[in-house]
Design a protein around this ligand. Sequence first.
Ligand code: HEC
Length: 166
Amino acid sequence: MKKLGLLLLAVMMISLSSCGSDDAKKAKEGAEQAVEATKEAAQEAGDAVKEAAEKTGEAVKEAAEKTEEAAKEATGAADVNGKTLFASNGCVACHNPQNKTVGPAIKEIAAGYAGKKDELVKFLKGEAKAIIDPAQFAVMQPNLATTKKMNDAELNALADYMLSIK
Ligand code: HEC
């Protein structure tokens, strides 16, 4: 009888311990799955961040390109504007690009004001004396009423145009 009791006890112990190791195995599996899931989540999050960063970079690049394009267009418009202003305000009536007519040739004005754009703008604002042909200033003077009304952008464009003539 004693032997049978021992045997039963042994069987119980084995089943218990095997049951216990089963639980441990399950727990381990669970933990492994959790670690795996965490890894996957981290990878996904990392990918999302990377993608977002790439998209942001692309957007910034695109914006920079657009700004550059707009700046180029603005400069181009300013060039056209100066020439257009010179024509639409009647300056062409007395100023030919290459030859002296009623007034000095534009290239002559450009040579006299080379590197002195500020001075040229000042003259057009009526804030500086004539330096090209002061004796004839009376003929030019009425036109300053027109240029004095212009804003800085227009005066700059006009000056840039005149200084571009060689
Ligand atoms: C009626 C003819 C006439 C018209 C129109 C005319 N100019 Fe003149 N301009 C002259 C004469 C003449 C001179 C030479 C006198 C002088 O140097 O100021 C002159 C000189 C100039 C000078 C040189 C100024 C200097 O320092 O001597 C500039 C710059 C100029 N004109 C710009 C213009 C612009 C811009 C316009 C149009 C808004 C214009 N002119 C319209 C006759 C004219």
